[in-house]
Ligand binder design. Sequence first.
Ligand code: PMP
Length: 408
Amino acid sequence: MALDLKQIRSEFPILQRKLPNGKQLVYFDNAATSQKPRCVISAMSNYYEQYNSNAHRANHTLADEATTALETARENIAKFFGTSPSQLIYTSGATEAINLVAFSWARENLRRDDIVVLTEMEHHADIVPWQQLSKEIGIEVRYVPINTETYKLDMEAFSIAIQDSSLVCVVHTSNVLGVRNPIEEIIKLSHSAGAKVLLDCAQSAPHEKINFDGLGADFIAISAHKMAGPTGIGCLLVKKDIMIQMTPFMTGGSMIKTVTTEGSTFQDGHALFETGTPRIAEAIGWGAAVEWLNQFEMKEIHSHIHKIASWTSIEMKKIPGIMIYGDPERSDSSGAISFLHESIQSLDMALLLDEGGFAVRTGHHCAQPLMDALSVPSTNRASFWIYNTMDEAKLFIKHLKYIVERFA
Ligand code: PMP
């Protein structure tokens, strides 16, 4: 069933926005963050206006309501990702989720010379924590290269790299290339090599059903703000038997059972990793986002994005001097189109597109090792989501042609 774009767009107030130069906004920066439907914004303001209170702390009506809303959101979000609430640790986003694995699991369970395998297409959020841990305890970090013609992971190199490794960390779908990695095979191979698996699902969660229990990954990191939720919240999904191997990396209120001047005892489960006042409004907002997404099939969202991305990519390739990095026409691509023009600098391109009302991302996309592999310093990136239309894509191609004809 086709998405009702008129209805969907009407639920996102920001899409009506005109830029200061009078141009209608065309928002193609969804891989950086998605826009939020009115129901998410209202759920958060309703909390602040009607029952703002701290959760898990007091015995009064507002505190009960806040606690119930926080935990109901956890239940709904966990269900959306095919797992139980006890396996969901709220974090500030995918970055904190990956850092949590590094600090709470890896620092505790890995030793000098233990091997952590990454790929060249990881986001910095899934590189720097491992480099830091390497400095701290001497783990070895290995990188699986990509094939720069197909933009796929070199799976032969992958199979070699995972031998004797303890942890394999892979981005489910690249934020730069839109490439979806063969995560099912990656999980299977890594587990047979005796390694745990951490998937970075920041880019895949907005358009692909993530079934944590079904997939069998040990850890999954997700950000809410790329899937209609607010900024400031995300989660780490953790297998039950792995969570008990983790120790807290932040301590203080909420995560304790008892504290005396002699020492403290701690909570079990996700509470052990959620120190201090929780992200109450943000969890409520994410819960509302998930409820909103539940009215669609993720497959419908994916095929809608794919239709726009593949048409746009085909049309872009007809424009002289445009080079595309990745393969947006591939059926499992996320719809991100990274591109450059051979003679127009990426920053100039971004400004010229912005003048036409088009918001695209420009830069290294927090993936400098991937930029090095591609031998480029940066790219422009157009990325689409549920509310984008073919008409917007057509306007984009028209404006891109105008830029190239005028400035190349
Ligand atoms: N991984 C990937 C693939 C991403 O695209 C991003 C966000 N750009 C992150 C991790 C980090 O997410 P956040 O900034 O929301 O923590």
